[in-house]
Every structure is written in C-alpha cells, then in structure tokens.
Design a protein around this ligand. Sequence first.
Ligand code: PHE
Length: 492
Amino acid sequence: MSGHPLSNPERRLLAAMQGADAAHQWNIEAILEACGWNDQARAAGAALGLVEAGMAEVDETVQKNWVLGAEGKIALEKGLLESRLWDWLLKQPEDGRGMGDLQTAGIVEKHETGIGIGLLKGLGIRIEKGSLTPPSETSSVDEEIARRTAFLSDVKDGELLEHFKGRKGLIQSTDSTSRNWRITPLGSAATELEESEEVVELTPEMLQGEEWRDLAFKSFDPELKATTPSGGRPHPMQSLIERIRSIFLEMGFSEIGGDYVQTAGWNMDALFIPQDHPAREMQDTFYLTDPESMDIEQPRLDQWRSIHEHGGDTGSSGWGGDFSDEVAKKGLLRTHTTVNTIRHLAESPDEPCRVFAVGRVFRKESIDRTHLPEFHQIEGIIMEPDANLPMLVTTLKTFYEKMGYPEVRVRPAYFPYTEPSLEVEVKWRGKWLELGGAGIFRPEVTEPLGCKWPVCAWGMGLERLAMLVLGLDDIRQLYISDLEWLRQQPIL
Ligand code: PHE
C-alpha cells in the first residue's frame, strides 16, 4: 500500500466510485465516462493507483480470442487443402484419380499430399485400388467444405473451432485481459477527495517569486516503466571517438591524421624497430602486394641505415647487422598510429607540439573475445622543452579521469622506440586492465628527425576502452550490427 496522497485522477475516480453502489463493477469504459476522460491510460493509471492504495480491488479475466493464422490467410485466398483436392477430383475422369495423377497434377505441394488425403478420407472419400473414389452422394462433402470455408472467413466459437485447433497454422489465439474494479471499504471511507491544484512544471518565472514554495506539485514516479524512444543516432564507437576528441581538444591538443597504407620504413624503421623484429613478420603485419613497395628518399634511408647499423651520431651502438632499403620500402597497413606522430615530427621537428590521433590500425590477429584484426588506437605526443615522464603520466591520468576512470597506474614496459617505457593500466570493477603503452622517444628516433626537445608519446587501444565504457566482455559485440543491442546503448 503506498503512502503518498492520492493524485487528482485517483481522487476523481474514487469520488465517482463512492457515488455508486459499493458492489458496482467498473470497467475502463465506465471509468472514462464517469470521470469525463478520453484517455484510457489515465483511467487505468488512476485505477491502478487506487488498487495500490488499497482503496479498490481488481478482477482480471483473460479471454482467448481466435483469429486467422498465416496458413489460414493463404487458405482463404487459394482455398482449403481439401477444397482444392475435391475440386480436382470431381473434374477428373474415373481413370485419372490415382495417386500418381494427383502427384503430377501440381495442385498441392508435395508435403501437403499426405495431410490432404487424410482430410479427404475424413470427408468420406475412399481409396480403392490406389484410386481416390468419391462417395455416391457428393453433396455432403460440398456442404462440409463450404461450412469450413465460411468458418475461416469469420473465425468464432463453435463446433468447427475444435476441428481447426487441430490443424496447423490455420487459426491462432491471442489473449486479451479485461479488468473490472470495485471499491473497497477503505475506499468507501476515504474523505477529502477535492482535487487540488497541482503544478506540473516549475518555470523560471515562478522561481522569481516565493509563492511556488506553497504550491502542490504533481508527483512523478521515476520507477514507472516507459518505452525507450528509438531514433537514429551515432554508433556508440563514433560517440566514444567524439568524446575522446573533445577531451584532448579541451586539454589543448590538436588532431592529426594519416594514411592506412604506409611503408615499413615509417611504420617501423623510423621507430628504431629492428628489421628482424618478430612483430614485422607476416604473421603480425599485413604486407601489401599493391603497392608492394613505395619510394622513400635516399637520404632518409641512409639516416635509418646509420642509426640501425651503428647508432648514427646518437652515441647508441644501434642494432648492428645490415640495414635493407628493400625491407624499409615494403608497403603495409599501418600496425599502429605511432606512424602518424613520427611523420608529424619529421615534418615539423622544431615546433613544440601537443597532438593526438584516433585512427584505425591493422594486425594479423585471430579474432576472439579480446582481439580484432582491425581496431583503433588513441595516440598522442607532447614535444616541448620541459616534456618529461611525470608530465606524460599526469596527461594520461587526466585523460582517463575525464573519461570517468580516476584510478590509473603505470608499470615499466618495453618498446624499441621509447626509454623509459610504460604500460598504462586502469582500474575497472576492482581489476587493473592494461590499456596501452607510453614512454619518451629514444634519441635514435628523435635525433635523426632533428627534434630539439624530449617527446612524450603514448598509444592506447580504443576498443579496450569501449569495452569498459559499455561494460562488454566480448569486443566483437562492437561491430556485429546488433540493432537491438545498439538501441539499448547509453548516450555517450
Ligand atoms: N605503438 C605502441 C602499440 O602499438 C604504443 C606506444 C605508443 C608505446 C607510443 C609507446 C609510445 O602498442
């Protein structure tokens, strides 16, 4: 029993019920009429409110209604199976009524034949020596078929209902519930049923004065079930990307982009990833056959050669071995967005910058709960005179905090292009989840480009983050176009 005061519609309905006999049964139409309403939802809502308040009782009766089923609609158009068979049979000469004749006549589908014969038998047609034989008196068959056809065009209770219930798909039932309300002694005893003036909306104008403090407000029940409106909206991944963009823009970063197709040189050699690094192999990287190879200016190749073979002028000893221009020129689908940032640095090595990118990357991964061969990274760098590790960590923490994940920690990691290198983890539902890598670019990366200042860099998985934001345990859910699921996703 709810304790809140009765709403105006409840008061009006209760007053009407009090004015009639206590045993009176009220259906929806009677309520609408007595209260002067034309909205069924209002009537049902008021009656439900009275029931919840213990002032009315409800009787529910569920009634089964039989209507035409899918097969029934077809039968109404083409004729009932027995009707089609019967018409055919009457037209056939006596020696053309065999089972074989029926098969070739094409008036019934193959799978219907057995049922059809059964129906005919039920109507008094016999099979004699493999031939369908009508009874001597045909009018009773005609009558029965006409009766069945008439029933289908107007399904109602009666003797034929039982017959059709036993046949597949011709008729189907729907339930309808009808409700009758009756006042209870508590309802009869209730007083003070005058309707009060209720304010539905508090406007800014009303707030200018003080009178609103004494007004009665309509109460709303936020727990009530309501239909969720469904209209067009961006895919949750798109919304998430927009949100990430706005966070980085707000933090003073500018956005950069880049092509999916890159050379191994820019994707890897520029990042001091050794040419025999396992990640370069076919099983990790999608190399292209068109373009199989792309030009890179010779001075750039020479620069990478000297860095890779002996460390160039950086004081590093490099990786040793022989650097191959051919390997560097290979065409591939970028495996990380770090290629965007490195190309940005190569173009503007002496302009301090804070830039980010959200982009698609490609790796030969087998698809499972947490892996996709195409996914997105959120990448960024800060290059400025005072760029340092604490600045990098603070930036990442600020980003995740703005995303709604205040608990972030970093752990030591390894990437060939950063020193020190970090792994970034975010706490989610009590567990630490790894979301990406970060670090300060090594001199082997920045010096050949002519960068003057330290560069903080990071690259994080967008889908992993999406899994947290949307509470998924399977990454594939993001891309299977499950409309039902998409409709239920929160507005990000
Ligand atoms: N490129 C790394 C990856 O794909 C992430 C990273 C970017 C690490 C920048 C350090 C610096 O996982």
